[in-house]
Design a protein around this ligand. Structure first.
Ligand code: GLU
Length: 371
């Protein structure tokens, strides 16, 4: 199983509050964080992209604002998050600076992963940050997250982000070591579940029986996260992160419950594109482009001869050959208006024509499904 972590090109690691912040003192567990960031730096050295989703802002902010351990009203937890987030981000920055790795902070709400335009922007920014060798640190944007658009738990946020960036492995680190057939605190014969290939009602029932001291999650949100990740072709592991170097231990075969999927991020994305209900228009292409697409290449503006329909960047469109027959479908990187202007032109002309530096491809090969 640990192979899934070592082989992954892109890994999302979710860090629960109970690991980062000492439950008694409310202090940041600096040595533990440094050890984890040593693991992260070594993954990066092995050419893996790493993105962190970190909780802990509210726990840290409570202390700065002197709010104690009492139940907080929504606006007080939002205030605590705002005060704590700055310390949280700083801690990551300092810890990774020891390895010369740049850190970037991203705060998201549920809306940002659902509305297409915001989704695309977040996705592009995260992808660019990874391409520039940085480690993005994501948390929920608690200040603006009203009930309707809140995740409320970082397990699902982490899964949505993993799906968004096409990660192939999601690691949920918390004080929950994984899934048991029954609550191990109550049943001596409770068995540890090492692999879940399918989330059945039985698995869901087991999840209900596993408790945690962690932030807002618990096993139920972790199972929801596993579903989201699985649909996106991303394997997920739940592991206890309490002791130092949890990632190194997992890589060495350490214990965790793995939710495996036969799909890959690319195959899952392609399946989703093939099934997309709303096709907003079409792009007709010349014979040269038909050949290039057949060889698995992207569709460039130069090969496009006609643009029809009313679509925005990120919409699904049909690709038609010179005889008008449908070759497949894909997600376009340009709106109808922009596609009209750059069709038939070489990609190095895009900036001069549109006034901004857009993507080189009209449809990237990962966003294209033929047949
Ligand atoms: N966004 C919250 C925080 O940073 C955590 C939510 C969670 O733990 O799931 O404190």
């Amino acid at each position: 199983m640990s192979q899934r972590l070592t082989d992954a090109k892109r890994v999302v690691i979710k860090i629960g509050s109970s690991l980062l912040v000492d439950q008694q003192s409310g202090d940041l567990r600096r040595d533990w964080l440094d050890a984890l960031m040593d693991d992260v730096a070594s993954c990066r050295q092995g050419k893996q992209d790493i993105l962190l989703v970190s909780s802990g802002a509210i726990a840290l902010g409570r202390r700065s604002l002197g709010l104690g351990a009492r139940m907080l009203r929504l606006e007080d937890s939002q205030a605590a998050a705002a005060a704590g987030q700055i310390r949280l981000a700083h801690a990551y920055q300092e810890s990774l600076a020891r390895h010369g790795v740049p850190v970037a902070q991203i705060l998201l709400t549920g809306d940002d992963t659902e509305r297409r335009r915001r989704y695309l922007n977040a996705r592009n920014t995260l992808t660019a940050l990874l391409a520039h060798g940085s480690v993005p640190v994501v948390n929920e944007n608690d200040t603006v997250a009203t009930e309707e658009i809140r995740f409320g738990d970082n397990d699902r946020l982490a899964a949505r982000v993993a799906a968004m960036i096409g990660a192939d492995c999601l690691v949920l680190l918390s004080d929950i070591g994984g899934l048991h057939s029954a609550d191990p605190r109550l049943h001596d014969n409770a068995e540890f579940i090492a692999e879940v290939a399918e989330i059945t009602p039985e698995i869901e029932a087991m999840a209900g029986a596993t408790g945690s001291h962690d932030g807002s999650g618990g096993m139920v949100t972790k199972i929801q996260a596993a579903r989201i990740a699985g649909q996106a072709g991303c394997s997920m592991v739940i592991a206890d992160g309490t002791a130092a170097h949890p990632i190194a231990r997992l890589r060495d075969g350490g214990r965790g419950t793995w939710f495996t999927t036969a799909a890959t991020p690319t195959s899952a994305r392609k399946r989703w594109i093939a099934a997309s209900l709303h096709v907003r228009g079409s792009l007709s292409v010349d014979a040269g482009a038909v050949k290039a697409l057949g060889q698995g290449r992207s569709l460039l503006p130069a090969g496009v001869t006609a643009v029809e329909g009313d679509f925005q960047r990120g919409d699904a469109v049909v690709v038609r050959g010179p005889d008008g027959s449908a070759l497949g479908r894909g997600l376009t990187a340009y709106s109808t208006a922009d596609a009209q202007r750059i069709k038939g032109h070489r990609s190095d002309r895009i900036q001069a024509i549109l006034g901004y530096l857009g993507r080189e491809e009209m449809i990237h090969r990962d966003d294209l499904v033929l047949g």
